[in-house]
Write a protein that binds this ligand. Sequence first.
Ligand SMILES: Cc1cc2nc3c(=O)[nH]c(=O)nc-3n(C[C@H](O)[C@H](O)[C@H](O)COP(=O)(O)OP(=O)(O)OC[C@H]3O[C@@H](n4cnc5c(N)ncnc54)[C@H](O)[C@@H]3O)c2cc1C
Ligand code: FES
Length: 509
Amino acid sequence: MALHRAARFTDVPENRGLEVHINEMKIVLLKVGVQLRAFQGECPHAGAPLAEGAVCHGRLICPWHKAAFRIEDGALCEPPALDSLRRYGVEMRGDEVWVDDQPLLDGHPPPADDPRTFVIVGAGAAGTACAAALREKGFGGRIQLIDREPGAGYDRTVLSKFVIAGEMPPEEIPPLRDEEFYKAQRIERIQGEVASLDAANKTLRLTDGQSFTYDAAVLATGGIPEPLKLPGADLPQVFLLRSREQAKRIIEAAKPGQRVMIIGDSFIALESASALRQYGLDVTVLARHAVPFAAQFGTTVGKAIRARHEANGVVFHTQGEAQRIDGTDKVEAVQLDNGQRLPADLVLVGIGVNPATEPFADLPKEKDNSLKVDGGMRVSDGLWAVGDIATFPLNGQPQRIEHWRLAQQQARIAAANMLGGNEHYLDVPFFWTWHFGKNYDYLGHAEQWDDVEFKGDPYHPPFIGLFGKDGVVVAAVACDEERAMAMLAERMKQPLPVDEAWRLVRDFG
Ligand SMILES: Cc1cc2nc3c(=O)[nH]c(=O)nc-3n(C[C@H](O)[C@H](O)[C@H](O)COP(=O)(O)OP(=O)(O)OC[C@H]3O[C@@H](n4cnc5c(N)ncnc54)[C@H](O)[C@@H]3O)c2cc1C
Ligand code: FES
């Protein structure tokens, strides 16, 4: 344990951090009033340099996926990080800032002094975040985390970005938590498929006949990709993409030079188009829309993303619908309803996702088969639902949104409420998507806007676009404008006039 001279107080900016290095270690220094704090310099989620984030409303917001930490003590406020920041001691000597090279001690898991059992079904983004949050918030009882996938609880978002691009072997997909965490936190991981739920008797049954009774349960079973219901869709080279196993099958089958037909123009479809093209395949997208993502990003950014794909050799086919996959024991072509026949060696289907709620036959469902929850993510007494299966009230409107960070935020809200809290979702939905080496960030959930303005050129990032309605920002889309988006993630929680937002973008861009 030793102190190191790290910076001068006056070097540390007001609304962002300063990165310093101590023995190769990256540390971020933050001002908290007239005091300073020192934390680990890289985000515990995926390693973003936290000094490139923004400080706002007493929080440090990560530049990459907008995790938020309290600047006072580094406590986790918003995922996708699941840990608080490691904190280091600071000593001021005049204007000089000296930082300890050893972190202050972490808290311990709560004592096992609670007789209750909480069961979580699904160990994906939401389920894993919920288990971690229960312990973080002091729950000492039993936590059983059930998932049908072996080794569940990994970063699903890399499947369509890096795994099927051949850049990340399936066995190197980052786990959300390591084995040591589950052991230390006494989280029991059970591999099994839930077949039914008897909510009145608080009992879950697995397909192998085992049953589990609970005091409270969280359903976090995510989505199942919509399958292609066409002749030939059962051929072995027709793929869906949701799980590590499916990504593995795709990358094992794909060979550079082959022709892949991507059916659909969803985010997963176009991320897969980008990844497989980068892996060296000839990629055709059979798209329903001439401009992809126009409903979310508007036509200008949608066209720019399509142009980016085309500049990299992806071919868009927007006439006709798939009618049949031709081939006897392997895919040969996709036959369209307009008579065209497009040759293909592989087909990847990305036409949407359905909530995985089949086992919950007795619960009332929405039209899309999702489970309706109240603002606190509660389905009924002792039962919560979070993530891709949940329809929740967002600004008074029922919404089901398939975003990683939102699923984990809902999970943290459910965890707090299972412990007697009364938390509601009050944040701005956020997601990111990756195309040919560029990350696009989106904040908001706007279905309508009456104004859109850009700084920079969507065809040549960096750029940021603000969508306004009645003079207030309802959404923002950007590429390579991470600090400004980190700031907007915090400021858009309250009605933010468009003019004020542009001032922030100028100050933080
Ligand atoms: C390839 C891909 C890329 C993505 N990229 C992004 C991105 O870049 N940014 C973003 O914001 N979002 C992205 N998403 C969306 C994001 O992954 C989801 O919104 C998020 O995973 C939802 O979390 P969840 O916990 O509800 O579901 P999941 O993470 O899918 O977890 C559900 C878990 O439940 C288990 N399960 C299901 N049924 C049962 C059962 N009956 N019994 C036991 N276990 C069961 C499943 O095995 C799974 O592990 C991506 C999704 C995919 C598929
Ligand atoms: S790296 Fe910080 S939230 Fe992902």
